[in-house]
Ligand binder design. Structure first.
Ligand SMILES: [Zn+2]
Length: 433
């Protein structure tokens, strides 16, 4: 796994790629430079638009693809040098005559980057690309789940942009629910990327949210309107490559009375889009801010979204290798019956130093009692947090997005997690609530 650290105006970006696929075992796949390249296609020394250009190829030039990274193909030039080209300007000449034995490959890493956006959620999912576009498998898709809070530095956008390029494609943008720690940051995603499909639970919240929705409706992907899925019955089963089974488990407009109070935001939290990815023997469950009880209820209570999931699907459907924990580790989620059902090996918490409540009862997410429930369930659980060390570093909401990213890599057989504290790799060795 390669790691690049960049410090720009105090914001630490950690750019991680799962092992780049080097020369593939089968014959290289041939591409031509497409006609819609502006004058010529810059070939970069590294898979980043900020990397030096080592050549520029005209439309129609043929190249062999020998490696891959998010948004880029590694190509071999006629003089034998290799460089990186933005994949959207390369068209495949023909599918290889013999399909590679892809079922057994262990280098096909699905990457899930839980980016430190401060208090909120901002996640980038990148599926493996085998350099054979169009056969429905290992297609190198990019999915964004939530965009984090409104922030002029836009950590999620900058994180993805450090590996992508202007107007690069986002295949799906999922806003789990319309709270301001989840969607305002996605405006920057809409500004810098073309979004193919948009997913919305159908929950109506505020005039700001309606403005955001208007913005989505005005965007285009390759000249066509963004395909919008509003409400769970429009979601279907997304095709993010046939190697993955993606299932939307829950989303609700949040109008029902059994989803809690509308005044506290509980009902909006319980409108969250919940989905699960199965990749071979490995799996990950994304919970948005779904809740399971009121703050003062016992951990054995079961209400709201967690009750719906368990009642309608049963525990087996929730069992997952990795859990992106609900609601930033709040006391109102992660009831004991839910934890028993998911039985996660790894728990990832996305949270920051935004204070809640009034003096003397100021608190920050996650709640340690909630994390303790995961350690009580199994002390072999490992907990990874995007607010890693932020309290000890005396960070505030203004500067807590400091590079505490969590990068999950799955190859269908195993899961590896690399966590960071202020940009430095760390390895949790115990279950620490
Ligand atoms: Zn939230």
């Amino acid at each position: 796994m390669s790691v690049r650290l960049t410090v720009r105006s105090g914001l630490v970006l950690v750019a991680i790629t799962a092992p780049l696929a080097p020369a593939l075992a089968q014959a290289p796949v041939q591409f031509t430079v497409s006609n819609d390249v502006s004058s010529c296609l810059a070939i970069r020394a590294r898979p980043q638009s900020s990397a030096p250009s080592i050549d520029c190829l005209s439309a129609g030039v043929r190249v062999d693809a020998v490696g891959t990274a998010p948004y880029w193909r590694q190509i071999r030039l006629q003089d034998g040098r290799t460089g990186w080209a933005a994949k959207r300007f390369l068209q495949i000449v023909a599918l290889p005559p013999v399909a590679p034995a892809s079922d057994e490959r262990d280098d096909a890493w699905l990457e899930i980057h839980v980016v430190d956006v401060g208090q909120g959620d901002g996640i980038w999912i990148h599926t493996f690309d085998d350099n054979i576009p169009g056969n429905g498998r290992y297609e190198g898709y990019n999915i964004i789940v939530d965009g984090g809070p409104s922030d002029p530095t836009n950590p999620l956008m900058r994180y993805v942009m450090s590996q992508a390029h202007e107007r690069a494609a986002i295949d799906a943008l999922i806003i789990t629910h319309p709270h301001n720690d989840h969607y305002p940051g996605a405006e920057a995603i809409l500004r810098h990327f073309e979004v193919r499909e948009f997913y919305d639970s159908g929950s109506l919240n505020s005039s700001d949210w309606l403005r955001f929705r208007t913005r989505v409706s005005a965007e285009t992907y390759r000249g066509r309107p963004v395909l919008q899925h509003v409400g769970r019955n429009t979601f279907g089963s997304p095709d993010w490559g046939s190697e993955l089974q993606v299932r939307f488990l829950y989303a609700d407009p949040g109008l029902r009375n059994d989803l809690g109070s509308s005044g506290t935001g509980t009902r909006i939290n319980n409108s969250s889009i919940v989905f699960r990815i199965q990749y071979g023997s490995q799996s990950i469950l994304f919970m948005g801010d779904l809740e399971g009880k009121e703050r003062d209820d016992s951990a054995g209570t079961l209400k709201y979204g967690e009750k719906f999931l368990l009642d309608s699907l049963g525990p087996e459907a929730l069992r997952s290798t990795v859990l992106k924990v609900a609601h930033h580790g709040s006391e109102t989620s992660s009831t004991t019956r839910f934890i028993d059902a998911v039985d996660p090996h790894h728990v990832v918490v996305s949270s920051g130093r935004r204070p809640y409540g009034r003096q003397p009862n100021i608190r920050f997410l996650p709640d340690s009692g909630t994390l303790q429930r995961y350690c009580n369930h199994s002390d072999s659980t490992r907990i990874y947090r995007t607010d890693q060390d932020d309290e000890a570093e005396r960070r505030t909401a203004a500067n807590d997005a400091d590079g505490d990213h969590v990068v999950i890599s799955m190859n269908g057989q195993e899961t590896r997690i690399q966590a960071y504290s202020a940009g430095n790799p760390i390895t949790p060795t115990a279950c620490v609530p």
